[in-house]
Ligand binder design. Structure first.
Ligand code: SF4
Length: 364
């Protein structure tokens, strides 16, 4: 049985990534079978509960207010709207709803209280609830846990070195601190990254070093292929090849043996054969739904047809961990503290981000 190691070096990970393809696939598939049922795929639906207008400068993101990308923003959805969408996702075969809000960090107040109600509402539908809301304090993480949150997503995106080439409005340590705050609760951690942002293979390995040294390792890790959106600083990046994706998935599977590895953004560019290779290499989760926040995603029915073709089944909710209990707001032990945490703002200049911002200003 493969052991979970927290001391992977970049060199070891690079050696794995660069193995001859058939050996890499065999090794990854072997570990995958030791730890997981290879015919079961966890299906999540990503729901953008608050879109656009974000103050951050993430180079890959069409929701950053400073770039002009044509994304139409919306205010925070109502609890009933979210519950209705969650129900639709459940009927479509999803076991988890991941709610994304385009925020730099969570702020105590009515909007966060509304999100806590959404968490309670979805947990009561017997679905796993995940949130991705930006940076988070320990008290905020505790409040989400009390409401019945199953997972919190906070991606490391890339290596620490390359992160500085993509984002200037917050630091890598902020990401790690938020993950640490989630770890102080019983909420599971979802953290991964994006390939195809112009990083080199060392950066991909560097990200996997950072993820593997987390203890415990994340329960789920999304591997995104950049969807280059016009108007963002990364609009000119070429799509990653399926071979790079397969290598990244397989390497992630070997380094994070117990983690659910999720195919995320970029799946529309992948053929069924390509996705099947990724499943063989150890991917065992996907995002379903026609949109991933703001970028396109395969049709739910197409995914179900693909599962049928491959003899795969969607994972039932709470297979890996028992369902959390939702504590009502009136019985909460963790009150709003009205926190205004000072997360860092390195604000170093990234030329392509500056150029996209200037272009955005002109268009607006
Ligand atoms: S990735 Fe998140 S934090 Fe970054 S700009 Fe987009 S919505 Fe904002």
């Amino acid at each position: 049985m493969s052991e979970v190691r927290h001391n992977w070096t970049k060199e070891e990970i690079l050696d794995i990534y660069n193995r001859p393809m058939m050996e890499l696939l065999y090794d990854a598939a072997t570990i995958h079978r030791e730890q997981h049922d290879p015919n079961v795929v966890q299906v999540s639906t990503l729901l953008s509960v608050k879109t656009g207008g974000c103050s951050e400068d993430c180079g890959y993101c069409p929701q950053a207010a400073r770039y002009h990308t044509g994304v139409e923003g919306n205010d925070l959805m109502t609890v009933n709207q979210v519950k209705a969408q969650a129900l639709r996702a459940k009927e479509g075969g999803s076991s988890r709803v991941c709610m994304g809000a385009a925020w730099r960090n969570v702020k105590d107040g009515p909007e966060f209280d509304q999100v806590l109600e959404m968490v309670r509402g979805i947990n009561k539908l017997d679905m796993e609830v995940c949130c991705t809301l930006g940076m988070l304090t320990e008290n905020q993480a505790q409040r989400l846990a009390e409401a019945g949150l199953y997972a919190y997503n906070h991606n490391l995106d890339s290596s620490e070195e390359y992160y500085k080439e993509v984002i200037s409005t917050r630091g890598y340590q902020d990401r790690l601190d938020t993950i640490d705050n989630v770890r102080k609760t019983n909420v599971t951690v979802c953290s991964g990254g994006i390939i195809g942002m112009g990083e080199d293979i060392e950066d991909r390995a560097g990200m996997l070093v950072a993820l593997s040294t987390l203890s415990p390792q994340p329960e789920s890790t999304p591997i995104n292929a950049l969807v280059a959106v016009e108007g963002t600083p990364l609009e000119e990046e070429k799509p990653v090849s399926i071979w790079e994706m397969v290598r990244m998935v397989a390497t992630t599977r070997i380094v994070l043996p117990e983690t659910q590895v999720r195919l995320s953004a970029g799946r529309t560019q992948m053929s069924r054969e390509g996705q099947a290779m990724c499943f063989f290499a150890g991917a065992n989760s996907i995002f379903a739904g026609d949109k991933l926040l703001t970028t396109p995603n395969p049709d739910v029915n197409e995914d179900m047809k693909m599962f049928e073709l491959l003899g795969m089944n969607p994972q039932k909710p709470f297979t890996k961990k028992v369902q959390p209990q939702s504590v009502e707001a009136s019985d909460s032990k963790f009150e709003s503290l009205g926190e205004k945490p000072k997360w860092t703002r390195p604000e170093h200049k990234i030329d392509r981000n500056e150029a996209a911002k200037a272009k955005g200003k002109l268009v607006k």
